[in-house]
Ligand binder design. Structure first.
Ligand SMILES: [Ca+2]
Ligand SMILES: [Ca+2]
Ligand SMILES: [Ca+2]
Ligand SMILES: [Ca+2]
Length: 286
C-alpha cells in the first residue's frame, strides 16, 4: 500500500489551518515564520478536482477517478547540498481564484515560497471537461527568482507519480521527446508537454527510487533512463541554470488526461485517414 511520505508535523498543522479557514480555503495571505507551512487547497472545474498542500499536489480526480499519487518540485543550489522539496520551504502566501466562466468554483492556485536565496512562484490552472468525458487539463507556470546578492547555481526538479485509472501497477511511461512524457494504462492516456524550456535531464523509474534520491541527504542528478517502463512508474525532469542576483527562470507546462479511445473510434479514425489518403492520391492524380 502506498502512503504519502510527508512530515507528520506539517500535515497536522496544515490540516488545522484548513479547518480554521473552512473546508476550502479560498484565500490565504502572508504567513509568519511560525505558521507551519502551506494550508490545504482544493481546485475544482467541470468534472475535475485536484488537491494541493504540504507535501505537494495529490488526487487529480477526473469523473470520480483519482489519477495522481503525488507531484511536487525539488530544488538544490550548488552540487554540495541535498535537494529540498519546494512545498517544505518557507510559505510566503497563496491565493485560489476562479479564472473562467460557466463554473465559478476555484480553479486556479498561485503559491509563493522562499528559501535558499530564491523565491519560487507556482501557478496551477485546472480545466475540467464535461461530466463523463474523462478529460481534464492542468497548466503550470513556475517562476524561480534569485533574491540574494550572489549568483545561484540552481537545479530544479519536477517529480510526478501518476497512478492512472486509480491503479498503480499497470502504467507505462515513455519519454516521447525532450519536451513530452506520455503515460498510459488500459483506461487512460496522460501527456505532459513542457512548453518551455526543455529539461536538461529526465528519469523514468519505479516508485520510489527517484523519490528516495530526492529526499535523501546528498546531491543527486537524474539519470536519463529508462524509457519506456511499465509498472508503478514515476518520472522526473531536471533543469540546471545559473541565476545572477535579480534574474528569473520560467518553466511553463501542460498536463492532459483523457480516456483511451474506444477501439471502434480508433477504427473509424483509421478508416477516415485511409479514405482521406485515397482521396488525396486521386486528387493529385487527376
Ligand atoms: Ca472555473
Ligand atoms: Ca493504472
Ligand atoms: Ca539526494
Ligand atoms: Ca505511479
Amino acid at each position: 500500500m502506498k502512503r504519502y511520505l510527508t512530515f507528520i508535523g506539517s500535515v497536522v498543522v496544515g490540516a488545522t489551518l484548513a479547518l480554521a479557514g473552512g473546508a476550502t480555503p479560498a484565500f490565504a495571505t502572508g504567513c509568519d515564520d511560525d505558521c507551519g507551512g502551506v494550508p490545504d487547497f482544493t481546485l475544482a472545474d467541470g468534472n475535475a478536482t485536484v488537491d494541493y498542500g504540504s507535501g505537494g499536489m495529490h488526487n487529480w480526480v477526473v469523473d470520480d477517478v483519482d489519477h495522481l499519487f503525488l507531484q511536487d518540485f525539488w530544488v538544490r543550489v550548488g552540487d554540495e547540498y541535498r535537494e529540498q522539496q519546494v512545498s517544505s520551504l518557507h510559505y510566503v502566501g497563496g491565493l485560489a481564484t476562479n479564472t473562467n466562466i460557466g463554473d465559478d468554483r476555484l480553479d486556479t492556485l498561485n503559491v509563493v515560497y522562499s528559501g535558499l536565496g530564491l523565491e519560487i512562484d507556482l501557478t496551477y490552472v485546472l480545466r475540467g471537461g464535461a461530466d463523463g468525458s474523462q478529460g481534464s487539463d492542468l497548466t503550470e507556470a513556475i517562476l524561480v527568482r534569485n533574491t540574494s546578492d550572489r549568483a545561484r547555481d540552481v537545479s530544479f526538479f519536477q517529480y510526478s507519480d501518476f497512478d492512472l485509472g486509480g491503479t498503480a501497477g499497470n502504467d507505462t511511461a515513455q519519454l516521447v521527446n525532450a519536451n513530452t512524457v506520455r503515460q498510459t494504462d488500459p483506461t487512460t492516456v496522460f501527456n505532459e508537454t513542457v512548453v518551455t524550456p526543455a529539461a536538461d535531464l529526465w528519469e523514468i523509474a519505479f516508485y520510489r527510487d527517484t523519490f528516495d534520491r530526492l529526499t535523501d541527504g546528498d546531491a543527486d542528478n537524474l539519470g536519463n533512463a529508462e524509457s519506456p517502463l511499465t509498472g508503478d512508474v514515476t518520472w522526473a525532469f531536471q533543469w540546471d541554470f545559473l541565476l545572477n542576483p535579480g534574474q528569473t527562470f520560467l518553466i511553463s507546462k501542460d498536463k492532459n488526461i483523457g480516456a483511451v479511445p474506444e477501439p471502434s473510434t480508433v477504427l473509424l479514425m483509421g478508416t477516415g485517414l485511409i479514405a482521406l489518403a485515397l482521396w488525396r492520391r486521386r486528387a493529385v492524380a487527376a
